[in-house]
Every structure is written in structure tokens, then in C-alpha cells.
Ligand binder design. Structure first.
Ligand SMILES: Nc1ncnc2c1ncn2[C@@H]1O[C@H](COP(=O)(O)OP(=O)(O)OP(=O)(O)O)[C@@H](O)[C@H]1O
Ligand SMILES: [Mg+2]
Length: 268
């Protein structure tokens, strides 16, 4: 579908692998969090921020099998996961306030419909907030659904939905890898791909229930198909996020939707 961005809006997904220590429980990476928020603030761009779960949400979600919903999981587990994510969101919002970015927090457990879509009211609220200088912030979280009562929604999906629905010019997945590799873990001599499209063959591993790099690319393709530029960068490296927000060259992988994709293979 051809569509042009109506705004200079950029959706930035801050990976839990950047702003937390993903292998520990409830441990924020303060240095990375502060730096990426500073890079966003000094870009002066209109942004929506979506953050991941990292060592907060993913740890709880795994422990209580929250993505499987009820009855494999429990209401307690779902609540504990929401609580951990609210806590991380509060910390992100605090750092935003310290850097002059006024957060408008939109928790997915309140704004997603039972069909895993951001509700029209929440989209209108985000737009209204943006118009008046707020920075909408959302995150990967629990959402409610009719069959299993609840499950997990990835911040990658929420970021792509905001980008498509609010016709953002770009969607940046800020994560802890220099881009997408053909195989993972990469060999020392491997370089990340400059571009991936819907037919690119690559192998991805995932450490959590939200599908890791493969799901990120899938969501990026959805945004790209709808006319939004999608770029995956390594935001653990100082300056990489600032660079892509300036709209100059970037170091990372662009996710491209092609009408006639390269026929070498399919996404795994
Ligand atoms: N083919 C691949 N190319 C690059 N990275 C890969 C690949 N396969 C797996 N990975 C891993 O996927 C990670 C990115 O996905 P992951 O979901 O762990 O991070 P995130 O989205 O930043 O964190 P969160 O889900 O907590 O927000 C990379 O840091 C890397 O370790
Ligand atoms: Mg992820």
C-alpha cells in the first residue's frame, strides 16, 4: 500500500536489552537509559516512545507463563507482570521528566482492545498529547483477550501499530545488536545486513516469549509495508540513536518492504 507520512513523527522502541540488564531481575541499566533519553531529548524530534520489558517484564512473564494465559498461568502472575512493567515505566518516565520530555504514559493493559489493537480512544489521546507537547510512552505488557483472559503483547508490536496508525515517518528499533545477522550468534567476521526484506533468510534465536529479532523484523515489515521507514540500530553504542533521529546516515539494518522481494528465501 502506498502512503506518505503526514508528519515528522518518529516512534522509538527502546529495547529492554538496552535499558535493563536482561539477564537479571528488575535491574535498570541507568547509564544506557539516561543516555538514550538524552539523545531523544536533544534531537528535538516529535516522538512516541515504547519500551521493552527486559529483566522486568520478561522475567515475570516467563516465571508465570503469562503468554499462555489462563489456566496455564494465573491472575496473580499476570498482575505481577503488569506491576513489574509499571515499575519500569515509572523509572523511564522519571528520567524523561529529568530531561525535559513530558511523558504521557499509556499502559497497554488499559489501552489495548481484546483484539490486541491500540484502541481508537488511545490513538486520539496520543495524538492530542503530541499536539500539545507531551511525549506518549507505552511498553510491552499484559493485555486482555476473550479466550485465555490475558496474554503478553510485545512492545515491538505496539511501536509498529503506533507508527502505522499515526502515520509516523520512521520507526526505530533501538536494541543491543548492531543490526540483523544472517545467523546468530554471528561469527567474528560476520557483518550485520544493511537491509532485510520479507524474503531475507536469517536465523534468529529468542531469549523471551515475544519472539526477539525475528518478531521485530516481522513488525518492522508491517510498518514498512505501510510506508514507514524502519531501522534497527544498536543503542548501547553512544550516538547511534541521535544519528538516526537526525535523519542522517545510520549504522544498522533497514527493514524494507519490496513489491518484488529477493527470491533467495523466506524469513524464518
Ligand atoms: N539474527 C540475529 N541478528 C541479530 N540479533 C539477533 C539475531 N537473532 C537473535 N538476536 C538477538 O536478539 C536480540 C534483540 O531482541 P530482544 O528481544 O532480545 O531485544 P529487545 O527487543 O531490545 O529487548 P526487549 O524484548 O526486552 O524489549 C539481539 O540483541 C540479539 O541478542
Ligand atoms: Mg524484544
Amino acid at each position: 500500500m502506498e502512503r506518505t507520512a503526514s508528519t515528522d513523527l518518529c516512534v522509538v522502541k527502546l529495547g529492554g536489552s538496552v535499558i535493563t540488564n536482561k539477564s537479571a531481575e528488575n535491574e535498570v541499566n541507568q547509564a544506557n537509559l539516561k543516555r538514550v533519553i538524552e539523545e531523544i531529548a536533544s534531537s528535538n524530534k516529535r516522538v512516541i516512545i515504547v519500551h521493552g520489558g527486559g529483566g522486568f517484564g520478561h522475567t515475570m512473564a516467563k516465571r508465570y507463563k503469562v503468554s499462555e494465559g489462563y489456566p496455564s498461568s494465573t491472575v496473580y502472575g499476570a498482575s505481577a507482570t503488569m506491576n513489574a512493567m509499571s515499575e519500569l515505566n515509572r523509572i523511564v518516565c522519571e528520567v524523561m521528566v529529568e530531561n525535559g520530555l513530558p511523558p504521557l504514559s499509556l499502559p497497554p493493559h488499559s489501552i489495548m482492545t481484546l483484539k490486541r489493537r491500540i484502541s481508537p480512544q488511545a490513538l486520539r489521546l496520543a495524538e492530542f498529547g503530541l499536539k500539545h507537547g507531551f511525549v506518549p510512552v507505552s511498553y510491552g505488557d499484559v493485555y486482555f483477550e476473550p479466550k485465555r483472559i490475558f496474554s503478553i503483547v510485545s512492545g515491538d508490536l505496539i511501536a509498529a501499530q503506533f507508527a502505522v496508525k499515526l502515520r509516523a515517518r520512521s520507526l526505530v528499533y533501538a536494541t543491543a545488536s548492531p543490526g540483523v545477522y544472517t545467523r546468530f550468534p554471528p561469527a567474528d567476521s560476520d557483518k550485520p545486513l544493511k537491509e532485510v526484506d520479507q524474503a531475507t533468510d536469517f536465523i534468529a534465536t529468542s531469549s523471551d516469549v515475544t519472539g526477539g529479532m525475528a518478531y521485530k523484523v516481522q513488525q518492522g515489515l508491517n510498518a514498512a509495508r505501510n510506508g514507514c521507514r524502519c531501522i534497527i540500530i544498536d543503542a548501547t553504542i553512544p550516538g547511534r540513536l541521535a544519528e538516526v533521529l537526525r535523519g542522517e546516515q545510520f549504522t544498522g539494518t533497514e527493514v524494507v518492504w519490496r513489491k518484488s522481494p529477493n527470491p533467495h528465501g523466506k524469513l524464518k
